[in-house]
Each structure stands twice: as structure tokens, then as C-alpha cells.
Design a binder for this molecule. Structure first.
Ligand SMILES: NC(=O)C1=CN([C@@H]2O[C@H](COP(=O)(O)OP(=O)(O)OC[C@H]3O[C@@H](n4cnc5c(N)ncnc54)[C@H](OP(=O)(O)O)[C@@H]3O)[C@@H](O)[C@H]2O)C=CC1
Ligand SMILES: O=C(CO)COP(=O)(O)O
Ligand SMILES: [Zn+2]
Length: 352
């Protein structure tokens, strides 16, 4: 299908490295962002980075305001919009994991203002993307939102975050393998618009992460480097595609379904990693690449079983049989799996 036009919205300043938090104000000034920042953060990220970001803006005479959010909800987005109105903020800065970053991103989108992403954990590729994910009624998947103008990823802070957050980010990247294959399938079966560049970038990102899996170890700042760069590249793939397609297929539908059935049971990345093992089995059968995906997750220390996610067998089966209803996105799940097929796939792959 010929694409008449595309509009790719990417971050302009991406800072990754030891101590780059100190350059936050410079990164913002270089973007000519005017006015007061509203810093949107959550309790722990506030301590590890938010307070320092506020000090830096205060020292630059920008009179920052801070708001602390605790849950990813539309109420929280509304509160942030109100706080930005009250503070007459010129732009928003999200400091933390996916929760405060997405809330800031969506509030910035609503206000039509600039947004800066300061991740304190490498837990998923939403730290860079123009997608926001805040549960609303039946919706758990991401929707279009304001992409960050700048990303400031301080690897010293990220390397210090709990290791499970980093393994979740790795698993979110590894899941790109199955997402790209599902996207290709949808192109062939449904004539869905496909971007060769975005698909290739997403797949290459997963391959590079797996090749580097042995260098990804707790306590090593180099690991934070590798994972953040992969998350940036995956976020860019989504921006090129103009959708989350390059990084979200059936494995993400499975995870979104788990989020509804057992909210907060496990991290997003860990859920999509387990979903990716089963998705790969569905895509090419018992002899296919599901073992490689499982082994890569194991090498990194991410869960590969229902038990590892802290969920029971029946929840896995329920999520698999209803995941196709989550959104209008064609994947290998097609019109859905029946219970026997779901049990077989989960059993063969060792997930249950
Ligand atoms: N936009 C997108 O494309 C995507 C968005 N998402 C969304 O992102 C959210 C999940 O993101 P995730 O990062 O896993 O969740 P959170 O933002 O909830 O972070 C997970 C936990 O890590 C803590 N934390 C963060 N940084 C540090 C640190 N440096 N040291 C110690 N603890 C830290 C947080 O503390 P505290 O409790 O204080 O916040 C929280 O308890 C969900 O809302 C999900 O829907 C997921 C995937 C993609
Ligand atoms: O998590 C994502 C990509 O890794 C975003 O995907 P969704 O659009 O399915 O939420
Ligand atoms: Zn994801």
C-alpha cells in the first residue's frame, strides 16, 4: 500500500549516560522551552531524581513546581492538568518509571505543551515513545500522546534501580521479535499498513539486546546503558510507525488482559516476555523460536513461567482465550484461542 504522507514525531535531545541528570536544564534550554516546569514524579523517583531536578531548575531561576502521583489513572492525569494550570506551567517534566512519565505525557498532550522524560528505571519502551498508557474503563493499551521533546536517562540512577525493573525493560525489547512477526502477518492477511524501516529497527533492537545478554548484569552501569539505548531505539521504531505495532503484538494483548484480570500482579515487561514465549510457539509451532526467546529471558533473569509472574494457571488460560478482544489489532491470536489450545500452548512452552 502506498503511503501518501508520514509525520514522524521524535525526541530532539536524547541524553544517556553517567550523571546526565545534571544537564537537564541545558537540554531544556537548548529546546527553547520557556516558563516554569511542572515536575511530575512518584514517591521513590522523587527521592532518587525528582528533588535534584527541582533544585537544578530552581538554580536556573525557573521556579519549578512538583506534583507527586501514586497511581496510573485518569484522576491523576486530571490532577496534573489542574496543577499545571495553577502553576501556569510552561512545560512538563516526568521523572520516574512508566507511571509518572505516562501521566506527564498525557497531561502535556491535553495542554498542548512540551514534555521532557526523565526515566529513573529502564522498565519499558514508553520512556521514549509518543504513546501513553493509563487505564480507562476497558482500555489498558497505549494511546497516542505527546512524545518527549527530550529524554534524560542518567545511567548511574538507572543502574541503581531494582534489578527487576531492568529485566522488565529487557523483556519488553525481546518481545519485539513476536510483535514484528504479528505485524507482518497482519500486513499479509489484512493489508495493514507496514513500515519496513520501523519493523527492521524493532527487530534489530531485539537481536542486539539478545546478543548482549551476557553483558547485562545487576550492578553494572554498562547494562543500564545497553538497555536504555535499546528502549530508545524501540521507542523510535514506534514513532516511525506512528503506532505501537513494531513493539506490540499478541504478547502485549496477553499482558493487557492480565492487567485487567490481576492488576499489578507483575511488571509490564515481565508479562509481555512470558506472552512472547507463547506467541512465538503459536507463530511457528513446537520447533520454532519460542525456546530462543525463553532462553534469552532466562539469561537475563526475567520470568518465563506463570509462577515466575506470580499468577495461577487458570488466569493464564483466561488471559490467552480473551486477549484477542482487547483491541482491534490483528495478531496470531486471530479470532481467539479455545481453552484446550491455550492450555496446550502454555503447557508445551513450560509457562504452566
Ligand atoms: N507508554 C507506553 O508505551 C507504555 C506504558 N506503560 C505503563 O507504564 C507503567 C508501568 O511502568 P513501570 O516503570 O513498570 O511502573 P512504575 O512507574 O509504577 O514503576 C515501578 C516501580 O519502580 C519504582 N521505581 C522507579 N524508579 C525507581 C528507582 N530508580 N529506584 C527504586 N524504585 C524505582 C516505582 O516507585 P513508586 O511506587 O514510588 O513510583 C514503582 O514502585 C504502567 O502504568 C503501564 O501501563 C507500560 C508499557 C508501555
Ligand atoms: O508497551 C508497548 C510497547 O512495548 C506499547 O504497546 P501497547 O500499545 O500495546 O500498549
Ligand atoms: Zn511493552
Amino acid at each position: 500500500m502506498f503511503q501518501k504522507s508520514i509525520w514522524i514525531r521524535l525526541p530532539r535531545n536524547v541524553l544517556v549516560g553517567h550523571g546526565v541528570l545534571e544537564d537537564t536544564v541545558t537540554a531544556v534550554e537548548e529546546l527553547h522551552l520557556a516558563g516554569r516546569p511542572l515536575i511530575v514524579t512518584s514517591p521513590t523517583p522523587r527521592e532518587v531524581a525528582g528533588e535534584r531536578v527541582a533544585e537544578l531548575f530552581a538554580a536556573a531561576g525557573r521556579d519549578p513546581e512538583t506534583i507527586v502521583v501514586e497511581t496510573a489513572s485518569f484522576d491523576a492525569v486530571e490532577r496534573v492538568i489542574d496543577a499545571a494550570d495553577d502553576a501556569d506551567a510552561g512545560f512538563l517534566v516526568g521523572v520516574g518509571g512508566g507511571k509518572p512519565i505516562d501521566i506527564a505525557k498525557m497531561a502535556a498532550d491535553h495542554r498542548g505543551q512540551g514534555f521532557v522524560s526523565v526515566p529513573t528505571a529502564a522498565s519499558h519502551d514508553g520512556i521514549v515513545s509518543g504513546r501513553g498508557s493509563v487505564p480507562e474503563k476497558d482500555t489498558r493499551h497505549s494511546v497516542a500522546a505527546e512524545p518527549p521533546l527530550a529524554v534524560v536517562a542518567d545511567t548511574a540512577i538507572i543502574a541503581d534501580a531494582p534489578w527487576r525493573l531492568t529485566t522488565a525493560g529487557c523483556a519488553d525489547i525481546i518481545s519485539n521479535y513476536t510483535a514484528v512477526r504479528d505485524w507482518n502477518l497482519a500486513r499479509r492477511l489484512q493489508n495493514v499498513e507496514y513500515s519496513e524501516y520501523a519493523g527492521a529497527l524493532s527487530q534489530m533492537t531485539a537481536e542486539m539486546l539478545v546478543e548482549n545478554a551476557d553483558s547485562i548484569k545487576p550492578g553494572l552501569e554498562e547494562s543500564a546503558w545497553i538497555v536504555v539505548k535499546a528502549l530508545v531505539s524501540s521507542g523510535v521504531a514506534m514513532s516511525i510507525a506512528g503506532s505501537s505495532r513494531p513493539a506490540s503484538g499478541a504478547e502485549h494483548l496477553f499482558s493487557h488482559r492480565l492487567d485487567r484480570l490481576v492488576p499489578n500482579a507483575a511488571l509490564h515487561g515481565h508479562q509481555v516476555g512470558v506472552g512472547s514465549i507463547i506467541t512465538a510457539y503459536l507463530q511457528d509451532g513446537e520447533q520454532g523460536m519460542w525456546r530462543e526467546i525463553r532462553d534469552a529471558l532466562e539469561r537475563i533473569g526475567a520470568p518465563t513461567t506463570a509462577e515466575g509472574l506470580g499468577i495461577d494457571e487458570s488466569t493464564v488460560i483466561e488471559a490467552l482465550t480473551s486477549a484477542h478482544e482487547i483491541r482491534d489489532r490483528y495478531t496470531i491470536l486471530g479470532n481467539g484461542m479455545n481453552e484446550e489450545a491455550a492450555r496446550e500452548a502454555a503447557r508445551v512452552t513450560g509457562v504452566i
